[in-house]
Design a protein around this ligand. Structure first.
Ligand code: PEP
Ligand code: MN
Length: 339
């Protein structure tokens, strides 16, 4: 429920409503506007009618239901956009169009450092690279694990880029969080609620990819899991969904971007690499992502795609990545954003 306070109420009146909401067993999420305070009461849906009685409390104007199941990440309670900062490097959800680039997996020192330096020069703000890889086959390369994290940290030091890498189990979270700036929850884990709850306890940003067959509602509910644990810094990532179409790896659902912008205050970026699986489609879909309001892109770049241990067939070479950034610039400008 949303409790809308009257204009000009006193602090004591607001505090009294907080106490009453808590007594009824709900958590409070106050939003202090210029004129009014609005209080979100978050908790068990079943007893929410009891909150209606607060309409008789002095200072309360109205008590209205939040209609969407995602209370904290939805735009009903919070109109202001969330900006997720990654140090000084990036501000997702601001005027910046943030580019994340790097290999699918960290393979060796030379590979990650050379790639980091090239993508940095081209305009990327963050470096991606998997150290723990959720592969379809148990016989495929599974990532360098801790060694991969160390190499990412070294690449951060040498390039100045912040890093994003995936965590695939709750028990690896402390290790991954020790090294990385942003933790990625991959598509295959979007509904791993134990993992979502644990990353919700961190104070680092989370990149939450859309599940292969998840609806936008389910995706937002997964974000709600993270935010409800206390971590508000969630960046959503559209990476394509599975459909009957098989000439692309996935069907990149760009309509989810403006839809998310309508339903939520969280930033959303696009992954045209996994979204299409076809290198020639990465630039056009990146341009489309910028044009439909995405807050950035995450692109797979390998210094020699032919030799990549994972996803080489969809990775761009550094030269192709330079071209991509060049092609994006006019669109970013037309959208009133900066790189
Ligand atoms: C990845 O980013 O390398 C990855 C495995 O992506 P997704 O979870 O979207 O498949
Ligand atoms: Mn990949």
């Amino acid at each position: 429920m949303i409790i809308v306070m009257k204009e000009g109420v006193s602090r004591a009146q607001i505090d009294h409503v907080f106490d009453r909401v808590r007594e009824l067993g709900y958590k409070i999420h106050p939003i202090y506007g210029e004129k009014r305070t609005v209080i979100g009461a978050i908790g068990d849906e079943r007893g929410k009618f009891r909150l209606k009685s607060l309409e008789s409390v002095p200072g309360v104007e109205s008590v209205i239901p939040i209609l969407k199941p995602f209370k904290l990440v939805g735009s009903e309670l919070r109109k202001e956009k969330t900006v997720v900062n990654v140090g000084e490097n990036a501000a997702f959800g601001s005027d910046q169009f943030v580019i994340i680039a790097g290999p699918c997996s960290v393979e060796n020192r030379d590979q990650i450092i050379k790639t980091a330096q090239r993508v940095k020069k081209a305009g990327a703000r963050l470096l991606r690279g998997g150290a723990f890889k959720p592969r379809t086959s148990p016989y495929s390369f599974q990532g360098l694990e801790e060694e991969g994290l160390e190499l990412l940290a070294e690449a951060r030091e040498k390039s100045g880029l912040k890093i994003v890498t995936e965590v695939i189990t709750p028990q690896d979270i402390p290790l991954v969080a020790r090294f990385t700036d942003v933790l990625q929850i991959g598509a295959r884990n979007m509904q791993n609620y134990a993992l979502l709850k644990q990353v919700g306890l961190l104070d680092k940003p989370i990149l939450l990819k859309r599940g292969l067959s998840a609806t936008v509602n389910e995706w937002l509910m997964s974000a709600e899991y993270i935010v409800s644990q206390g971590n508000p810094n969630v960046i959503l990532c559209e990476r394509g969904i599975r459909t009957f179409e098989n000439s692309t790896r996935n069907t990149l659902d760009l309509s989810s971007v403006p839809l998310i912008k309508k339903l939520s205050h969280l930033p959303v970026i696009v992954d045209p690499s996994h979204g299409t699986g076809v290198p020639e489609l990465v630039t056009p879909m990146s341009k489309a992502a910028a044009a439909c309001g995405a807050d950035g892109i995450i692109v797979e770049v390998h210094y020699n795609p032919e030799t990549a241990l994972s996803d080489g067939e969809q990775s761009l070479s550094p030269d192709q990545f330079d071209e991509l950034v060049k092609a994006l610039k006019p669109i970013i400008k037309a959208e009133g954003r900066t790189l």
